[in-house]
Design a protein around this ligand. Structure first.
Ligand SMILES: [Zn+2]
Length: 473
């Protein structure tokens, strides 16, 4: 049943199986999601991952856990440095607007704001200390080019396991990664850079360190920030499946190499997104940022809904037709919820012990490794049945309030409700509720008076077979 600590099951990439979720120190859950690299606007494929992370967080909160959600901002990275050079700005001048845009888009998509949003540039001291620790432990070395590399052979030599998330064939490792000229100095092709020695192309983007001027690699940034904010061992780490290797595998190696403790208990990975059946690419014209979709008249809420219709471990085909369908589906929910609001009025309270099957059905679905199709199935079955009861005048205001309360709990996870409370003031809803009561008591004089009062206040009330509607005149 609904929280606290319902039997939530999640697919853990570490064990390649669905496991019961039991955090290290309940009710607390530490959760880290690899955040955006702020060199451009995030695209819809990135957003799938962040909306997935938001769903996980909301499900944990729904289950009764106290979540500490950390999402880093990657503001030191090769592409950023190249664009800083090309645009002739400072690092912060360049990344700042993309960071702001990202957080605005996150809000438009109805995502709860992460509690901590560490920037790599604010964690240089922690990053350098972590690299130093790995060097002290003999797991990292400074190569002839001045860069510092993580030695996978030394790590394995200590009995540590490289390849926890993926079975790795060391012969074929990092085939897709271009080996930069400055990386020929490393001892093994599998080794990866922790600190990249300053080169002229870096311009003004470099920091001082005991290993010389330079900048951190992307992988060590995430290890340093997550260890600092969430501790040496924490519960949950999320990201897109493309980050499993090398990024997440390297995070595990760096963190466990430095602390000697298990880094993360559960790893969750979201699957890819196709757009109109194909891999998203600018040349195919199927590359969308959230802003592109909003310019086409879609809302963040519709995009969120569509992204939430697919199970997180399945490849999802995002289409503009699908977005149009999202509009229709949300309108069905909105209509049902607004009728319930009008019927219940603000003063009606749900009767004690009211049993709304929506709650149990939804909870069973979402706790089963976030079975979102079954969860939406429960929602739309509820919409259908509630509409029928409303049409038959079979719901009392108190029952309508009980349905609304159940929906509000569910929407705490889905986050798709239209915020009509803000649009229809409490006082207007109260009058509408009083009018419904008057009509029920066959006090038509009073009900007409209230209708006129509402009109004077600028609201038109309409009766329909399925309930009342409030419209602004
Ligand atoms: Zn990361």
């Amino acid at each position: 049943m609904f929280g606290p600590f319902m039997g939530l099951k999640l697919y853990n990439t570490l064990s390649r199986s669905i496991q019961e979720f039991t955090p290290l120190t309940p009710p607390h859950v530490g959760m880290y999601c690899c955040g955006p690299t702020v060199y451009d606007f995030a695209h819809i494929g990135n957003w799938r991952t962040f909306v997935f992370a938001d769903l996980v967080r909301r499900t944990l909160e729904f289950s009764g856990y106290a979540v500490r959600h950390v999402m880093n901002i990657t503001d030191i990275e090769d592409k950023i440095i190249r664009r800083v050079r090309e645009s002739g700005t400072t690092l912060r001048e360049f990344t700042g607007p993309f960071e702001t845009a990202f957080l605005e888009d996150l809000k438009s998509l109805g995502c709860r704001e992460p509690h901590v949003q560490p920037r790599a540039t604010d964690y240089l001291a922690e990053i350098i200390a972590l690299i130093q620790k790995l060097m002290d432990r003999g797991l990292a070395y400074r190569a002839a080019d001045g860069s510092v590399y993580f030695s996978i052979a030394k790590y394995q030599g200590c009995g540590c396991h490289y390849g926890q998330l993926l079975k790795l064939n060391f012969e074929e490792m990092r085939p897709g990664e271009r080996v930069a000229a400055d990386e020929y100095a490393k001892e093994s092709v599998a080794d990866f850079a922790l600190w990249k020695a300053r080169v002229p192309e870096d311009g003004a983007v470099f920091w001082q360190s005991p290993f010389g001027e330079g900048r951190p690699g992307w992988h060590i940034e995430c290890s340093a920030m997550s260890l600092k904010v969430l501790g040496e061992s924490f519960d949950l780490h999320l990201g897109g499946e493309d980050l499993k290797f090398p990024h997440h595998e390297d995070e595990i190696a760096q963190s466990e190499g430095a602390t000697g403790k298990p880094f993360v208990k559960y790893w969750l990975h979201g699957a890819h997104l196709l757009v109109e059946g194909r891999k998203m690419s600018k040349s195919l014209g199927n590359f969308f940022t959230l802003r592109d979709l909003m310019a086409r008249g879609f809302t963040g809420r519709e995009v969120r809904y569509l992204l939430l219709t697919a199970h997180y471990r399945e490849t999802f085909n995002f289409t503009l037709d699908g977005l149009a369908g999202a509009k229709t589906a949300l309108a069905r929910i909105d209509e049902c919820v607004s009728k319930l609001r009008a019927l219940s009025g603000p003063s009606a309270t749900a009767p004690a012990g009211s049993d709304i099957p929506l709650l149990a059905n939804f909870t069973a679905a979402i706790s089963d490794d976030l079975n979102i199709s079954a969860a939406w199935g429960a929602v739309f079955e509820w919409v259908r049945e509630t509409n029928k009861k409303l049409a038959d005048n079979a719901l009392s205001p108190a029952e309508a309030a009980a349905h609304l309360a159940a929906w509000t709990k569910i929407d705490g996870v889905l986050g798709v409700s239209l915020k009509t409370e803000a649009e229809i003031p409490e006082s207007i809803l109260a009058l509408a509720g009083a009018r419904t009561e008057a009509k029920k008591a066959r006090d038509f004089k009073r009900s007409d008076e209230i209708r006129n009062e509402l009109k004077a206040l600028g609201w038109m009330i309409e009766d329909s077979p399925s309930g009342i509607k409030l419209k602004k005149i």
